[in-house]
Write a protein that binds this ligand. Structure first.
Ligand code: AMP
Length: 221
């Protein structure tokens, strides 16, 4: 099963992708996480990407698509994946189609997490991320058991540089500019499924599982 999670920053793509990946025993591939790992290790890619990321802008397509093509060479994706944060524009969507075509496969479903602006801002401005394992928490919606420490691995929690208010607005603007074309692209291919995603994570996850169950045969779940 090859699934893309689409939606604005703060829609819950990361949180939902982790749950779906666990449920179906598939790898979770987040281009944002891969880029942050590169920044942390100060690789050439990380050094080139960092400035774009801090400003809430998209990292140039060829950097991200090369990184993803590389990740897709790993054997763990042979049964599928949950892709989060990619594609961000139509050029990336077409590149992804080509990468998958070469492997004689394609996307099964694109789940669009439909989220209101009020909820997006509330989620992003309160988000905390584990420095060590990348697990997301929220100051009020999903607080860690111990102050500023990850429940999973005990790592330190931090606020992402691009979750500061001014950058959130820049990211939303970038998102809005590209998303309608992407939605149309996948609607035309009859791959797009909309899920209302303003509610808490467990409710949204159940909606997705319900959808996937209903489409079990066509989605090869
Ligand atoms: P995310 O963790 O998905 O919110 O991504 C964080 C940041 O990484 C974005 O604001 C972009 O700067 C960069 N990024 C992640 N995925 C992509 C992508 N597919 N294309 C370009 N930039 C990306």
């Amino acid at each position: 099963m090859r699934i893309i999670l689409l939606g604005p920053p703060g829609a819950g793509k990361g949180t939902q992708a982790i749950s779906l990946a666990e449920e179906f025993n598939l790898p979770h591939i987040s281009t944002g996480d891969l880029l942050r790992q590169n920044v942390k290790k100060s690789t050439q890619l990380g050094l080139r990407a960092q400035d774009f990321m801090n400003k809430g802008l998209l990292v140039p397509d060829e950097l991200v698509t090369d990184m993803l093509a590389q990740r897709f060479k790993d054997p763990d994706i042979k049964n599928g994946f949950i892709l989060d944060g990619f594609p961000r524009n139509i050029h990336q969507a077409k590149t992804l189609d080509n990468i998958l075509k070469e492997a004689n496969t394609g996307i099964d479903a694109v789940i669009y997490l439909d989220t209101s602006e009020k909820v997006i801002i509330q989620r992003l401005s309160g988000r905390l991320v584990c420095k060590n394992c990348g697990q997301n928490f929220h100051k009020t919606n999903m607080p860690p058991k111990a102050d500023n420490l990850c429940d999973k691995c005990g790592g330190q929690l931090y606020q992402r540089q691009d979750d500061k208010e001014a950058t959130i607005m820049a990211r939303l603007e970038v998102y809005r500019k590209e998303v309608s074309t992407l939605i149309e692209y996948y609607e035309e291919k009859q791959k797009l499924y909309r899920i209302l995603a303003d509610e808490e994570a467990g409710i949204v996850l159940n909606r997705m599982l319900q959808l996937l169950k209903e489409r079990r045969d066509s989605l090869k779940v």
